[in-house]
Design a protein around this ligand. Structure first.
Ligand SMILES: [Zn+2]
Length: 103
């Protein structure tokens, strides 16, 4: 007996279809330091440099980019997949009955 599959595309929910996400290192930076805003402004850059230096980034020019390509969709904003044809039909019928798909 043959098994039938169907491929699909859907907007990537990791990046909301933009293909770009915040670099997790920057997410950690903002979460842990809040930009060192509690410090006087003339000490913030030094605190930033120390924070990044501990993670292997020696100067401002070498800090990692704040945004990177989404690794869930390889920066395309679209995810591709493959499911059983029966699963796809079942989902389509269910969505149709709920009024989410027009005839
Ligand atoms: Zn994505």
């Amino acid at each position: 007996m043959k098994t039938y599959f169907v491929s699909y595309e859907e907007p990537c929910n990791a990046c909301d279809g933009s293909g770009i996400i915040e670099n997790p290192q920057w997410t950690a930076y903002w979460h842990q330091t809040n930009g060192h805003r509690h410090l006087p402004i003339d000490q913030q850059l030094e605190a930033d440099e120390q924070w990044w230096a501990k993670r292997g980034y020696s100067s401002t020019s070498k800090w990692p980019p704040e945004e990177i390509n989404c690794d869930e969709c390889d920066g395309n904003g679209i995810r591709h997949g493959r499911v059983l044809l029966t699963e796809a039909l079942s989902e389509l019928l269910k969505n149709h009955q709920m009024g989410e798909v027009s005839p």
